[in-house]
Design a binder for this molecule. Structure first.
Ligand code: SAH
Ligand code: SF4
Length: 420
């Protein structure tokens, strides 16, 4: 289509079909140009809308002051809006972590998490952020007890920039049914669109007045849902975040539970976040028990697909490993993990299991966590322990389940999985 457009002398960017009216946020430049062309406007108007959405991060059409007001009215009349998710509730942890309940246009909600100064997981993410984390070591006792960490977003501001990691959701609920994860209890309600995924980022950046290019923002696609079961929207969100919002892909990490076709597609992408694979067990027997999806794609198949990814210089694949007390946290498991990862350019992020109501697992003993980490490091694998940020407000890994807090009298209650 682009080729024929060039032949006929029409602006190639205008040659994509005009998207159906709705949210502008999430559309690429060519699509925005098509929208403007549909209103009889020249191509530069598409660029203006693109910049307003992603660089200025406007929340409404009225804020698009680079467009004449008549054109803004025309857009509204045609059924267009910016369409950022609405932040309807905020919970703030004692450690500075914030968890937001985000409402989409149809009323569905997901959660997004903001972690000032990250959670130590970046060290193992093989991303650019990893090299900035030197000296920040999370120990096993801290990981289990969630001792409060006093550092906060303000502390780095004194150095002239701020750093935070944002955890983004890709689906409303999740279909994968990992037995240790609270999100699994929701089942899958629907996929998010690219705009709804990237829109979480814009809404949170706006809340904190983040200046792109100055402040350092890391994104992890590790919130609710399985990004590789919503592949196209996930990848399109990456495109607008990179090209529009200005977050380099080297500062993004996508985590998958092991969706083989997704890993194969990911391997072929020119622009892609870093990969994290939720290994979570050292053999198929245990993995099938904790992650039933292993019956479809076993560990060997997943590792084969990971080996086929053309890694760039200084790029690693991260293996996440949720430590479940007495299930997968013993020395024999560490030995099996070493054997599995032999020959791979791998880092390991150990995540102490975060409890959730109705989930029948136990936290590992701090001593077992320490031994597990030591064995992997001695076996030659860089291994980090993720700091359990925001556990008190159900914002830590695997705790996202559309939690809402309610004030009842003087009491503040956290209601898990409440219908909203
Ligand atoms: N669906 C993707 C990304 C979201 S889950 C995936 O599974 O990879 C992000 C990470 O949290 C995964 O590594 C997952 O194994 C881990 N996780 C899930 N539930 C957890 C829990 N209760 N405690 C600690 N980590 C958990
Ligand atoms: Fe889904 Fe990831 Fe939770 Fe598994 S761990 S149920 S894939 S969100």
């Amino acid at each position: 289509m682009v080729e024929s457009a060039i032949k006929t002398g029409v602006d190639a960017e205008a040659a994509v079909p005009m998207p159906a009216a709705g949210a502008l946020f999430g559309l690429e430049l060519a699509e925005l140009t098509a929208v403007m062309a549909g209103l009889g406007q020249k191509a530069y108007r598409g660029r203006q809308v693109f910049d307003a959405l992603y660089k200025q991060r406007v929340a409404s059409l009225d804020e698009m002051t680079t467009l004449p007001s008549s054109l803004r009215e025309e857009l509204k009349a045609a059924g267009w809006s910016v369409g950022l998710p609405e932040m309807v509730q905020t919970a703030v942890s004692v450690d500075g972590t914030e968890r937001y309940l985000m409402r989409m246009a149809d009323g569905e909600t997901v959660e997004t998490v903001w972690r000032p100064d990250g959670d130590g997981g970046e060290r193992g993410d093989g991303s650019e952020a990893a090299s900035e984390e030197a000296g920040e070591v999370v120990d096993a006792v801290e990981a289990v007890t969630a001792k409060v960490d006093k550092r906060n977003w303000g502390a780095l501001a004194e150095k002239g920039f701020r750093r935070a990691t944002m955890c983004i959701s890709s689906q409303v609920g999740c279909a994968v049914n990992c037995q240790f994860c609270l999100t699994a209890k929701l089942g899958i309600r629907r996929n998010l669109t690219a705009g709804e995924i990237a829109g979480q980022v814009a809404a949170v950046l706006n809340r904190h007045g983040v200046k792109m290019g100055k402040d350092r923002i890391n994104l992890v696609f590790m919130g609710m849902g399985e990004p590789f079961l919503n592949y196209d929207s996930f990848m399109q969100s990456v495109k607008v975040l990179v090209d529009g919002v200005g977050v380099p892909e080297s500062r993004m990490t996508v985590s998958t539970s092991g969706i083989l076709p997704g890993i194969e597609r990911y391997a072929k992408e020119a622009v892609r976040p870093k990969l994290a694979l939720s290994l979570n067990a050292s053999n198929d027997v245990v993995r099938e028990r904790v992650m039933p999806i292993t019956r479809k794609w076993n560990i060997a198949k997943l590792l084969e697909a990971v080996k086929a990814i053309p890694l760039k210089t200084r790029e690693w694949v991260t293996f996440e490993y949720v430590l479940l007390g007495g299930v997968n946290d013993q020395p024999e498991h560490a030995r099996e993990v070493l054997a599995l990862l032999n020959g791979l350019r791998a880092k390991v992020n150990l995540i102490v299991w975060n409890p959730g109501p109705g989930i029948d697992y136990h936290q590992p003993e701090p001593g077992d966590v320490a031994v597990f980490q030591k064995m992997l490091i001695e076996g030659g694998i860089a291994t980090y322990i993720r700091r359990p940020r925001g556990r008190d407000i159900y914002a830590a890994c695997g705790q996202l389940k559309r939690t809402i807090s309610e004030e009842r009298g003087s009491e503040k209650l956290v209601v898990i999985g409440a219908a909203v």
